[in-house]
Write a protein that binds this ligand. Structure first.
Ligand code: ADP
Length: 190
């Protein structure tokens, strides 16, 4: 299986590049942000709880996102592979993902990190907020809080994959096509 972790701060372009990767490699896209927004749209208890945290720019609890990912792995037993987008976002999530994949006799092929500086992220997210309808993209304070959460809790996840020699970083500034070419060159080596 080809199992990719697409990594990077909010606004780095993970969602956009995931769409390209799905088309080229036939993978299933698992975005915890999308899964949570779908719970919110359906008005589930999980969604209502998660919304409060998401609107504040905070991470939702590890157990919640790990449970969602576990379900999705179970409901796609014949997948050629997965793209994990926005997950794992903490070291605890990364460890849980390793265990889940191991129980299915597979593993992460590699993590690809998109590098974008904080000033560029802020302006991209504010621009996206104008038409995405996402409340967490509309408010500069919430955006800064999300970037802070990323630097504190999520950035260490890169070290986790560096420790397994599965980490590659790519410049996330440039045209969508240029960045995708760079990502594909890495994926083709897996
Ligand atoms: P972005 O990366 O642009 O911030 P996402 O759609 O990936 O957007 O995530 C939106 C919000 O959903 C996050 O700010 C967080 O509150 C929550 N979330 C998504 N994935 C996770 C995760 N793996 N762990 C904890 N919270 C998450």
């Amino acid at each position: 299986m080809l199992n990719l972790v697409l990594f990077g701060p909010p606004g780095a372009g993970k969602g956009t590049q995931s769409q390209n990767l799905i088309e080229k490699y036939g993978l299933i896209h698992l975005s915890t942000g999308d899964l949570l927004r779908s719970e919110i749209a359906q008005g589930t208890t999980l969604g209502l709880e998660a919304k409060k945290l998401m609107d504040e720019g905070l991470l939702v609890p590890d157990e919640v996102v790990i449970g969602m990912i576990s379900n999705k792995l179970d409901t796609n037993p014949d997948a050629k592979g997965f793209i994990f987008d926005g997950f794992p976002r903490t070291v605890a999530q990364a460890t849980a993902l390793d265990n889940l994949l191991q129980s299915k006799a597979t593993a992460i092929s590699g993590m690809i990190a998109l590098e974008v500086n904080d000033a560029e992220l802020e302006s991209r997210l504010l621009l996206r907020g104008k038409d995405s309808g996402r409340p967490d993209d509309a408010n500069p304070e919430v955006i800064r809080k999300r970037i802070r959460e990323y630097n504190e809790k999520t950035a260490p996840v890169a070290d986790f994959y560096k420790g397994q020699a599965k980490f590659t970083s790519i410049n996330g500034i440039g045209s969508i096509d240029e960045i995708f070419t760079a990502i594909s060159a890495v994926v083709d080596k897996y």
